[in-house]
Design a protein around this ligand. Structure first.
Ligand SMILES: [Zn+2]
Length: 297
């Protein structure tokens, strides 16, 4: 069916849009892809699902050299307003809250330069034009970052990084009835609350444990409606599907924000993602930060 005919039928009320369903990202989508990278452990030697410290450093370097700019879920919420002209957005996320993601130097409250946060901070100090920060998704089936969770939460937020919700006890949403989803999301926020106080309000991004959700679209619908203490429980939510979510997919309807694709970086390299055809192009020049992005749908 041609787009014109479809438009005509919709306008005439003869065709109703199909119900929301889970769709795989289309690699042929027009080039507005927003790569969201997912890391777990960062250690030497690397463990399963993990990468080495060298790998994280060299990924940061390769992204920087290829014109990327770090964004966090806050930037997805505000439609990438702060991404400078000529840069393309990339989000870096770390899942689970392992101690190798944020370790203090012994006897101090300074980040160990060989922990993920230390590596990122070191890189940002040398490359202040690389953007905002990275995101740590924490689940409560373990002590977040091994110990000193509260101090680490506040200090990473002070540095401009974002803290995200990775559920109460890391049970896959595929294995839970719908009533269980809210327990996982809001139960986790209840754990953040005493440690963060008012700042718990800044924990708005959710990463689905295990990275996948039922394909029915039901989870996205529930997430879009879910509230905690009078505010949305989450404003964006992330799966891990090895796909680059396009701008049109994220903003196309209210549910796109609740199944944003991520790329598991223990399986893919920056060199590979640079080959993907829906990767956002650079050089979209804007006269100032308020002029429209060329790749906006
Ligand atoms: Zn996880």
């Amino acid at each position: 069916m041609t787009a014109f005919l479809l438009f005509f039928l919709m306008a005439a009320g003869l065709f109703t849009a199909p119900p929301l369903e889970y769709r795989e990202s289309d690699p042929e989508d027009f080039p507005s892809g927003i790569p969201v990278l997912c890391y777990h452990h960062v250690s030497d030697p690397p463990v399963q699902y993990g990468v080495s410290t060298y790998r994280l450093s060299s990924d940061l370097q390769a992204l920087y050299e290829n014109g990327f700019y770090l964004i966090t879920p806050r930037d997805i919420e505000n439609r990438l307003m702060h991404v400078p002209a000529g840069k393309r957005p990339v989000m870096i996320t770390f899942d689970d809250g392992w101690e190798d993601n944020y370790r203090f130097l012994p006897g101090t409250e300074q980040p160990d330069p060989s922990s993920a946060l230390g590596i990122v901070q070191g890189f940002l100090e040398e490359h202040p034009d690389f953007g905002g920060g990275v995101t740590f998704f924490v689940s409560w089936d373990k002590v977040p970052f091994g110990r000193d969770s509260m101090e680490k939460f506040h200090s990473l937020m002070d540095m401009g990084h974002e803290l995200g919700n990775h559920s109460l006890n890391h049970t896959s949403f595929r294995r839970l009835p719908p009533e269980g989803w809210k327990v996982q999301v809001n139960g986790s926020l209840n754990r953040f609350r005493p440690l963060l106080g008012l700042r718990a309000d800044e924990v708005r991004a959710f990463a689905y444990p295990g990275g996948s959700i039922p394909r029915t679209g039901e989870v996205q619908t529930e997430m879009a409606r879910m509230t905690w203490n009078g505010r949305p429980s989450a404003t964006t939510a992330y799966i891990v599907d090895g796909m680059m979510t396009s701008f049109s997919r994220v903003y196309g309807n209210e549910f796109g924000l609740f199944a944003i694709g991520r790329i598991d970086m223990s399986l893919y390299s920056v060199a590979q993602l640079l080959q993907w055809r829906n990767l956002m192009v650079t050089g979209a020049d804007r006269s100032n930060i308020r002029s429209p992005l060329q790749w906006r749908p």
